[in-house]
Structures are given as C-alpha cells and as structure tokens.
Design a protein around this ligand. Sequence first.
Ligand code: 5CA
Length: 439
Amino acid sequence: MRLSRYFLPVLKENPSEAQIVSHRFMLRAGMIKQQAAGIYSWLPLGFKVLKRVEQIVHEEQIRAGHIPLLMPTLQPADLWRESGRYDDYGEEMLRITDRHKRDMLYGPTNEEMITDIFRSHVNSYKDLPLTLYHVQWKFRDEIRPRFGVMRGREFLMKDGYNFDLDFDSAIHAYNRHMVSYLRTYERMGLQAIPMRAASGPIGGDNTHEFLVLASTGESEVFYDAAITDLKFGDRVVDYDSREECEAIVKEWTTPYARTDETHDEAIFNAIPEERRRTSRGIEVGQIFYFGTKYSEPMGATVVTADGARVPVHMGSHGIGVSRLLGAIIEASHDDKGIIWPEGVTPFHVGIVNLKQGDSSTDLACEALYRDLSAKGLEPLYDDRDERAGAKFATMDLIGLPWRLTVGPRGIAAGKVELTNRRTGESEEMSSGAAVDRLA
Ligand SMILES: Nc1ncnc2c1ncn2[C@@H]1O[C@H](COS(=O)(=O)NC(=O)[C@@H](N)CS)[C@@H](O)[C@H]1O
C-alpha cells in the first residue's frame, strides 16, 4: 500500500479522553474513531489488524474441529423468554421494538439462538459431538464504557457452543477449547493465562478466563510464576484425543492461577514465596461448561442408542476479538507507539523514502515494493512528500515490526537500512539481502 493513496488519519496530540496507552495509540494511529460511547468506527489500519486477529481465531477454531456459521446481531425476545434470561439480563440488554411492535434485542451473546438452531435440526446422538461458532458483533449497554475498545458497548466476539451427549464429552469439548485458545493467543504474540473464574450471567460452574497480564487490566489476579514459563509452540495436537487435550489442560492448570473471584489465600500461600505473583489482567476470553442449563428449558434433546430422549450437555466459549487489539497494544508498545507482533501486524514492513522525487531513491523504493510484494509480504510505502523525521515518527507510532529506510547516499553505496521496531537495531545491507531477510 502507498501511504499517499491510503487513509491513515494519525493524530499529532494525545487525545484527552484516552486514559490508557492502548486507547491513546489506537486513536493517534488512526485505527478507530469513536461514534458514540463505547461504539467505534474501525478505520482502515485498525480494521486491517482486526481482520488479522479474526483470521487467527478462525484458523485455530477450525483446526480444533469447530464449525463456523453466522447468526444475526438482532434477536427475537421470545427466545430469551424461553430460557428465562430476558428479565435476568437487566440494563445491559439493548431492547428494541420493530414496526410491528415485536420485542427484539441486540444480542449480547447467543446461547439461546444457537440452541434454537440445534433443536431445529439435530435429533440423534449420532450427530454428536458438534461445536458451532461464529464471529459476530455483540452489544452490551455497559454502564460505563471506557478504555476504548477494551470495554466497548458494541464489540466483536468469537462465541462458540458445544453440544455433547454427556458430561465427559462436554468436558472434552471444554478442554479442546482451552487448547485451541492457548495456541490462538500465542500466535498473536500474547501470553494469556487460563485462570479459574466464577461464572457470570451465563451460568455454569466450570469456567476459566484467559488473562493477559497488564497493569491496566480490570481483573486482579494471583498466580504461580512457573505458569509464565509454559509455551505452546508448534506442537501438533490430536483434538479428538481426550487424553492429549486433558494433558495440556493439566499442564496449564496445575500451577496456581486465579482471579480475585476464586482466589484462595491458603493454597496461594503454600507456593514458595519467590514464585507468588499478584498482578492485574485483561480478560481476553472465557470458556464455560453449563450442562443442560439451556437445552433443558428449550428442549434441545437427542435420542440415544437405547432410544431414550435426553437433553444435550453444552458449553459456551468466547474470545474478545476487538478487545484483543487493545490487549496486544497494552502488552506490546513503547513511548513512541505500538509494536505489532508479526502475527497480527497490518503491514509487514514500512518503506521510508528519505528524498521523494529523487530518481535513485524512488526507483529503489519501487523495486523494494515490487520484490517484497512478490514474496507475499505487504509493505506500507511512505511515498509522501514529508520530512524524514515525520515519516519515522509515523512508522514508530503505527508499529510495523520492520522499517526499510532508503536515502540517496545509501543507494549510491548500494545499501538500504533495515530497522527492527522492537529492538531499535538497524543494519545496512543491499536491497536484495533486505528482501531475503524479511521473506
Ligand atoms: N464490553 C466488552 N467490550 C469488549 N470485549 C468484551 C466486552 N465484554 C466481553 N468482552 C469479551 O468477550 C469475551 C467473552 O465474553 S463472556 O461474557 O465472557 N462470554 C460470553 O459471552 C459467552 N457467551 C461465551 S461464548 C470476554 O472474555 C471478553 O474478552
């Protein structure tokens, strides 16, 4: 992409309403624009990162054998009357009436709707196990939306729902989700620690939250430092194997890690003092097992091998897709701006032309742009007629992991400069060597 033809409305000043660094940088880097409290437009740069985060979420859910679909944002109130949650959900639910005066709502979550889909089409135990998920916008009328996309009112969530014949199968689905989440967050350059949590309005007593350690996190957390040494890496997992998934869950849930809601001082104090940590965390996902809480009242049943009709065991599993952009920035930035992990960066490398209009540097930049693109990399070429300092500041702010600087003196010596955004280290090399290094 050429910056002269892009839409990147960066801000020079820190917006006064931003209280945390991720909110500040998302506004300054021209990633979002607030349209109302907790409601944002996703401008091109932010939208590009949002789609990359969503893509990783899809890849890991599909790898785990979960099937994508898409449910609407608007839901009929009658479904929520069946489960008894229409009144329970309270002020957070945005209630709407259509022109025929039918009660509707902007969905905060989709347990009722996915259960309606299941009960309309599945009748036999032979169709289990089944996990369906979607990535869809949700609305929760938070009384105090804040911290930008971290606590929005309209936000993007992956919500997945498993349907199983019995408790053991449902727990395998629960474990499968935990495994898929561990790899998902690691691919985004995040360490998200699964912590035992208390369930909210969703219900169910088996639940873990995934927390990214950050001083601005809303949750208070207590954990054994040993858990931060665990790495998922590129291990191959047979998601159909209960033993394999159980073993990985055991690996990550043996070291103590809990939110303040379930914290147990006695157990915590049994950990050697030098390993005890308290911190704050950003909740980027949560998995739940809640049995027949919805299948029972809504009649989602299957006929078993011996002819009995039983309600299915379910769970729901969420990832805060839009919240993740804030969490990643909280975990990866410096005072100059964002530092995108390679897995989610909007562009792989920035090309900075120090003398736009000089034929030698223009030609060299065009050649780099062409060769990088040919390797499947997406460069952002700052071809504007701007001072070098302004170009460097923009690249640092928007956080691309690499920057190529092209100037007349360098080109005369057959060199370009490759800079690593995270370390700040620069190296001179030929254009060809730079392309090979980045590819
Ligand atoms: N107001 C919000 N703004 C941004 N992200 C949010 C907000 N509320 C929740 N989330 C994200 O959505 C994830 C799932 O939300 S949840 O309430 O925990 N779980 C559910 O809604 C279940 N239906 C899981 S499918 C959370 O872990 C969090 O990362």
